[in-house]
Design a protein around this ligand. Structure first.
Ligand SMILES: [Zn+2]
Length: 279
């Protein structure tokens, strides 16, 4: 029996709008409903951003608190991962929600280019975010947009700034950063194993690379991410009707490679996360 595959759904992100796809969940109520459908479809982690009343990205801890509370109520057991990404805020505001003690939070450990800007993650801010995650018992998901980010995460584990085992996500297909390239992907896996032998990996592909990367994850024994943050289409010209439809597509890919889809209990065990109070 092969190892279960954890499916993460990134429901909203900072960029997609209703103009891109009317099904993108923007309000907290829409986000909770979309998460619930995705949870039923097989996702065990939800990666969350929040938007303000105009639909713009924000790091407002109160909005994160309402979303987290709703997900915990309607999707009991699901792993809640809050974004500390740089499109939603600047400086330490990016970590203002960490005292909410979500199960997980995303963490970038280095800088790179995005389509229209520099994605700035200066060392001092990275250390501060990592320190807050240690303080509030939040497991980071390391977002590796580049090879150096994998090695930096391993360095931070060795010197105690990050608690192991690391959970590292390879992000591919962001314009001006790393494209979805299978030989690079394989080298990422090999490099992570060499620098952090106890690490676990997952990956996300942007746009049309989403399903390609889902397939590599299923085939190579990793975990995977889908959702409308990264891609709003099901096929070349067809918009996805929901996040759940993208989750179902990832579930299908797991089936193709005989990977069972991890339940929330299995996902929590794999990631060594705490058991929710009700369980
Ligand atoms: Zn995100």
């Amino acid at each position: 029996m092969s190892n279960p595959c954890i499916i993460c759904v990134a429901i909203t992100g900072s960029l997609p709008t209703k103009e891109n796809n009317p099904a993108v969940p923007i309000t907290i109520a829409e986000q909770i409903e979309s998460t619930h459908e995705s949870f039923e479809a097989g996702a065990s982690i939800v990666h969350c951003h929040v938007r303000d009343d105009e639909g713009r990205p924000t790091s407002d801890p109160q909005r994160f608190a309402r979303l987290k509370e709703g997900i915990e109520k309607f999707c009991p057991g699901m792993i809640v991962q809050l974004s500390t990404g740089g499109r939603s805020g600047a400086g330490t505001a990016r970590g203002g929600m960490l005292p909410l003690r979500p199960d997980m939070a995303s963490l970038s450990v280095g800088s790179n280019n995005f389509p229209n800007r520099v994605y700035e993650n200066p060392p001092g801010l990275v250390d501060w975010l990592a320190g807050e995650m240690l303080k509030f018992d939040v497991k980071p998901e390391i977002e590796a947009f580049d090879l150096s980010h994998i090695i930096q995460a391993a360095t931070m584990q060795k010197d105690g700034r990050l608690k192991g085992p690391l959970y590292v996500q390879f992000v591919m297909g962001v314009k001006n950063a790393m494209p979805a390239d299978e030989r690079v992907f394989d080298f990422y896996i090999e490099t992570l194993k060499r620098y952090a032998p106890d690490a676990i990996w997952c990956a996300a592909g942007i746009g049309s690379a989403q399903i390609v990367v889902n397939e590599w994850c299923a085939a190579k024994g990793g975990h995977t991410r889908t959702g409308m943050e990264d891609n709003v289409r099901l096929g070349k010209s067809e918009l996805t009707p929901s996040n759940a439809a993208l989750v179902k597509r990832a579930v299908g890919m797991c089936g193709k490679y005989n990977r069972p889809v991890a339940t929330w209990k299995q996902a929590r065990a794999i990631l060594a996360l705490r058991t929710p109070a009700f369980a």
